[in-house]
Structure formats: C-alpha cells, structure tokens
Ligand binder design. Structure first.
Ligand SMILES: Cc1ncc(COP(=O)(O)O)c(C=O)c1O
Length: 364
C-alpha cells in the first residue's frame, strides 16, 4: 500500500483519546500556516505575532494577569520545561520534585532528563493528591510541587491552593498540570489557576479540550522572567535568544490554537463542557445501572470496573478504549464523543453481556 492511500482513522469509535477532531477554523488555520516556523521569529514574524495572541488568550483562560509563556509541542514539553525552570530556580544541588501518583508519565521524562529526584506520593480515596503525604515529602531540596487539574485517568482536580501553601513553606515552585483540564475548568467551581492560588507555572494544551490541531500545547509562567531560566543565545538567528525546548516548531499548531480560541472562548467552550459533562454523567449512569463500579465523573472522564474479557471484546468490536493503571475501563468524553456514540457503545456492551449470561447447553 502506498502511503498516500492511507487515511487517518475516523473518530466515530474513539473513546480513549485526549485529542479530538480540530474545530474547522483551527483546521483551516493549521493548513495556512503549515510552512511557518515560530522558532525563527526574525524570519517568520507573522506567526510569531500570532503566538503572542495565543499566549494572551491562554492567559485569560488561566487567570494570568500578565501574559507570559509559549506554545509547546504538547503537555509533555510544557511539563519538562516547568520542571526545568523550577530546577534552575532552586538553591539545592540535589533537587527533588513532589508529585501525586496521578501525575502524568511525562514527569518521569522530566526527572530523567533534568537529573531531579521524582518523589511520587499517594492519592486519597477520591484520587486526589493526599496533602499529608505531600507535606511529609517536601523538604529544603524540593524545587517543585506538582498539582494536576484534570488527571489523565480519573479527571480529578488536586487541591491546588493547599499545594501552593505547601510549596511556599519550603520555597518551592508550584506547577499545575492543566494540560487536559484547562479548557473545561473555567466553567466549574474548582480553584485551579493563577488567580486562585500561588501557581508559578502551568501546562494547558489547546490540542486537547481546546480543539486545536496537534501540535499545540501551552506553557504559562507567572512572570516573564521565569522564561529567562530557559533561554539560550541563538547566534545565527536574528532573534537573540530562545526559551523553547524544540528549535524549529510548528506554526500550524500556533495558528490553529489562536483560531480555536478566538472561535470558542468562552461561549463555545462552555457549551462543549456542558455537552461533554452531560455525556460523561449519562455514561456513568448507564454503566452503574448495569452493575459496574464507576468513579464519579467530576470532569468529562469516566472510569469503570469492567472485566478484562468484556474490555477485550469491546476493543475487538473496534471501540478505541483504554484502561487505567489498575485496569478500569477509561472513556474520555472529548468533543467528538456524542451521545449516539455512547449509546451504541452501551448497546454493544449489552449484547456481549447477554451472550455471556446465556448458559452453555451441554449434550449430556
Ligand atoms: C494531565 C496530562 N498531562 C500531560 C499530558 C501529556 O501531553 P502530551 O501528550 O500532549 O505531551 C497528558 C496527556 O494526555 C495529560 O493527560
């Protein structure tokens, strides 16, 4: 098969992804800016100016008064760079980072690359960072405390203000990973952003709930001087320094992030949040009625204790579903996930269960 004949997958059975079908305006902007490189602003000034818009819009969403940050390749880069800032700022020569076990695996990469110790602490019975455990783990060598605002497996929001207080007590930075949650949390009562707590850095990704095209992550910092910790000189470019991890990077991501946010913030995102949250609650209810243990969907993400054999059978039927570390079925109610899709999913589940409960008739 020649490459040109390969089509991307359709979204009609995708329940496991934290990315989604980009908004049409975001798709269009991505195409128009495909051949631009915001890594070289002296040569590509238009996309560089667009990036300022992107950071301004992201900052508004995240309660950051003075916009500062950049569009990353994704949550992984934003998390690595945030830990890098914290390490550079820390006085310790043997820095550590304290993170709940619900933290994303990108922090493992950050710890490996940056030579910091990652101290993973337990979550409580609601899958949120256990504050006592965090308190017991920080010390004078702690460079950063990580809080997650919308966890990958259960969609939970850590107690961010309290984590900020703990971080301040040992002069550490507070990094909030709102990579997935950042575009739904503005419509909830959670305290998660720069204006709610002593947040120093944040990951917030347009290419997840923000409906931008991949790659469009976001790193925000409380004050622009934090970016100086990342900056290196760029002798052969007309600009003087670069704070990003990648060099050449996608102008498509930057442009599509701006297009999506201009189109959807705040009304479109609010409507999407309500739709997604209703879908998650509908699915949780449907699964509970069928006798499965379901974790309360506090954000649009459902985790349920479905047997492995059922999970495998649903995958064999083409459903793109995934499991948590402890084996629960995990469904992310992204914008492309409709009620009809979920009803069809439950229909397949019911047919499997009926088959499983039919007694095997033997001849003897
Ligand atoms: C909470 C959280 N942080 C970070 C990431 C990593 O983001 P990316 O895959 O865009 O690098 C993810 C990915 O799903 C995530 O859920």
């Amino acid at each position: 098969m020649r490459d040109m004949q390969v089509e991307p997958q359709a979204f009609d059975r995708v329940l496991s992804s934290m990315c989604t079908d980009p908004h049409p305006a975001a798709r269009d902007a991505a195409e128009r800016f495909l051949a631009t490189n915001p890594g070289d602003p002296g040569t590509y000034p238009n996309v560089a100016a667009l990036e300022d818009n992107a950071v301004a819009l992201l900052s508004e969403i995240a309660g950051l008064e003075e916009p500062a940050g950049y569009i990353t390749s994704g949550g992984t880069e934003a998390n690595i760079q945030a830990i890098r800032i914290a390490r550079e700022r820390a006085a310790s020569r043997t820095p550590n980072v304290v993170m709940p076990e619900s933290g994303h695996f990108s922090f493992q990469k950050a710890a490996d690359l940056l030579g910091v110790e990652l101290r993973i602490v337990p979550t409580d019975d609601r899958h949120r960072a256990d504050l006592e455990a965090v308190r017991a783990s920080v010390d004078d060598d702690t460079a950063a405390v990580v809080g997650v605002a919308g966890t990958t497996e259960y969609g939970r929001v850590d107690p961010i203000p309290e984590l900020g207080e703990i971080a301040q007590s040992v002069d550490a930075a507070l990094h909030v990973d709102a990579s997935w949650g950042g575009f739904v949390l503005p419509f909830t009562d959670y305290e998660w952003h720069f204006d709610h707590a002593a947040v120093d850095t944040m990951a917030i990704d347009p290419h997840k709930m923000g409906q931008a095209a991949v790659p469009a992550g976001g790193l925000l910092v409380r004050s622009p001087d934090l970016l100086d910790e990342l900056a290196v000189d760029t002798p052969y470019l007309e600009s003087t320094s670069q704070a990003t991890l990648t060099g050449t990077r996608s102008g498509a991501g930057v442009a599509s992030a701006v297009a999506a946010m201009e189109e959807l913030w705040p009304g479109g995102y609010r409507r999407q949040y309500v739709r997604s949250q209703n879908n998650a609650e509908w699915l949780a209810d449907a699964l509970e009625k069928r006798g499965y243990d379901v974790a309360d969907p506090t954000l649009p993400l459902v985790a349920a204790d479905v047997p492995r054999s059922t999970f495998d059978a649903l995958r064999a039927k083409g459903w793109r579903i995934s499991r948590t570390a402890t084996g629960e079925l995990r469904v992310v109610c992204m914008p492309h996930v409709t009620r009809e899709m979920l009803a069809s999913f439950i229909g397949d589940l019911d047919r499997l269960e009926v088959r499983a409960s039919v007694p095997v008739v033997s001849d003897d």
